[in-house]
Design a protein around this ligand. Structure first.
Ligand SMILES: Cc1cc2nc3c(=O)[nH]c(=O)nc-3n(C[C@H](O)[C@H](O)[C@H](O)COP(=O)(O)OP(=O)(O)OC[C@H]3O[C@@H](n4cnc5c(N)ncnc54)[C@H](O)[C@@H]3O)c2cc1C
Length: 464
């Protein structure tokens, strides 16, 4: 039984820094409040945690970061390997992307399509990756079975945003069926509009049978409670501000004390920064994504948009939009955002989402937007995640690079990282487990490249 020590609200968190930028700000902050998301506003009071680190301590496994990955790792370390982890979080529990996402659990990790997997690794490895992602979805479903996170199951609608994109979708559907034996349904424009939603962008869609919408923060709170019930401790307001390794012991310095750990799991996602650990420097690229939530739709508005489905939806743009109707009849829509933290609150990024909402659903012109927020997504340089031990001589592990697809996969990534820590990784042969995150030859110029690429993607998505 875990002793209740303290819950975060008693700590009076500092205001959330809207300009936070992992490539510029030295660390993720200290005891910051949550971003003002719909999820935080509607999740109810947070469950108890273990309060900040207040003294030096010795632990077996320290997990840095208390998002879905860190908490899932702690859950599986306890459940499958009998190891009680100590989770260290800089701010409030799940302060990063895990309290800011779209709550869309899809059968995906990274940003590559199945055809691109085949091009990169050949059919056999691509099939093994597909098995992994299917198993991951089952892991996720198993984990949320007893968590009240408002699951909206039914599948994922992958919408062609114009006729040209439908050709690509048809080809991908054939690959999914013929190579992976994965039964997707192809829908034409009328079928999408009649049976799911009257999205005026839609030129057709693929319907994938896997897909569940969840309440992002209720999910995080559920993971938190589950991890503690199993014997892990979770310490908010405990950023790692220094890290030394001597004779195999890791000395993790927090403002309240030093945590000496025999193994360290890094689960810091897009908030990892540049200085936490040498193995991560320039090994991932943080990209801003933003999201809005409308007021609840009236029954007239729902009928005018024929919004019949609560399934999760994304479109085929490279700078894709993701959207859905929430259980309380609000619409959430999100997409890419600013390049830098300093520009994140520029109203034009909010306007981009509002304009697309109106384009897709003209009856929602002028609807009130009740919530707007953003967060830093971890994109790897080859668009695929890694769950790795970057140096076999050191008991340091990481799981990140999900490319904006971590709601579902973080559960499995946490599980795989737990297996590595426990020395049970003999079946980790896939490239995402057996190689580290690749670097980037022109790391200092990545943001310049990103600006150029965003213009190019916009041209390719909308005009060419
Ligand atoms: C707007 C938005 C929409 C998204 N929508 C979706 C979606 O619909 N579907 C989907 O699959 N994915 C989505 N994502 C991505 C998804 O949220 C992430 O992939 C997932 O939450 C990653 O979880 P994580 O635990 O790895 O990282 P995070 O949840 O980001 O947690 C990392 C934590 O590490 C902490 N940390 C960092 N450095 C330190 C340190 N030095 N010391 C202590 N703690 C530290 C941070 O404070 C943070 O809380 C979205 C992301 C955003 C921003």
């Amino acid at each position: 039984m875990v002793t209740k020590m303290m819950s975060t609200p008693a700590l009076q968190p500092k205001p959330y820094d809207t300009t936070h930028d992992p490539l510029v700000t030295p660390g993720p902050g200290h005891n910051q409040d949550y971003a003002p998301t719909y999820w935080v506003a509607t999740a109810g009071p947070p469950p108890a945690d273990d309060g900040p680190i207040m003294r030096d301590m010795d632990v077996d496994v320290a997990v840095i970061g208390s998002g879905y990955t860190g908490l899932a790792c702690a859950i599986f370390l306890a459940q499958e390997h009998g190891i009680s982890a100590t989770v260290l979080e800089a701010n409030r529990v799940s302060w990063g992307c895990s309290s800011r996402n779209g709550g869309q659990a899809q059968i995906a990790f990274g940003r590559l399509t199945r055809s691109q997997w085949i091009e990169r690794w050949g059919v056999d490895i691509a099939r093994a990756m597909h098995d992994e992602v299917c198993e991951a979805f089952a892991t996720f479903e198993g984990l949320i079975r007893d968590i009240d996170c408002e699951p909206q199951p039914g599948g994922h609608l992958y919408v062609a945003h114009r006729p040209k994109a439908m050709k690509r979708l048809e080809a991908e559907a054939a690959v999914l069926r013929d190579v992976f034996n994965y039964k997707v349904e192809l829908l034409d424009r009328e079928a999408v509009r009649r049976n799911y939603v009257d999205d005026r962008d839609a030129a057709g869609a693929i319907h994938e049978p896997h897909g569940t919408g969840v309440h992002a923060v209720k999910l995080a709170y559920g993971y938190l409670s589950k991890a503690r019930r199993l014997g892990a401790t979770v310490h908010p307001a405990s950023p790692i501000v220094g890290w030394e390794t001597r004779n195999g012991t890791h000395f993790l310095r927090t403002p309240g004390g030093i945590v000496r750990a025999r193994a360290v799991a890094i689960a810091t996602g897009g908030y990892s920064g540049q200085t936490l650990h040498a193995s991560l420097r320039n090994r991932y690229f943080p990209i801003l994504s933003n999201s809005i939530v409308t007021r609840p739709l009236t029954s007239g508005e729902k009928a005018a948009c024929n919004f019949l489905t609560n399934e999760v939806i994304t479109d085929t743009r490279t700078l894709r939009f993701y959207y859905r109707k929430l259980p309380d009849d609000r619409v959430q829509i999100g997409s890419r955002s600013a390049i830098t933290g300093a520009d994140a609150d520029n109203p034009r990024h909010l306007q981009l989402l509002i304009d697309r909402l109106h384009c897709k659903f003209p009856p929602l012109q002028g609807i009130d937007i009740d919530y707007s927020w953003w967060g830093w997504v971890d994109v790897s340089h080859d668009m695929m995640p890694r769950i790795a031990q970057p140096d076999a001589r050191e008991r340091v592990f990481y799981a990140l690079g999900y490319g904006g697809n971590g709601v579902m996969y973080a559960a499995q990534a946490g599980r795989r990282m737990a297996e590595k820590i426990a020395g049970k990784a003999d079946r980790h042969e896939l490239p995402i487990f057996s190689s580290p995150l690749p670097g980037h030859p022109l790391a200092p110029f990545r943001r310049l490249g990103q600006r150029v690429l965003y213009h190019w993607y916009h041209l390719r998505d909308e005009i060419l």
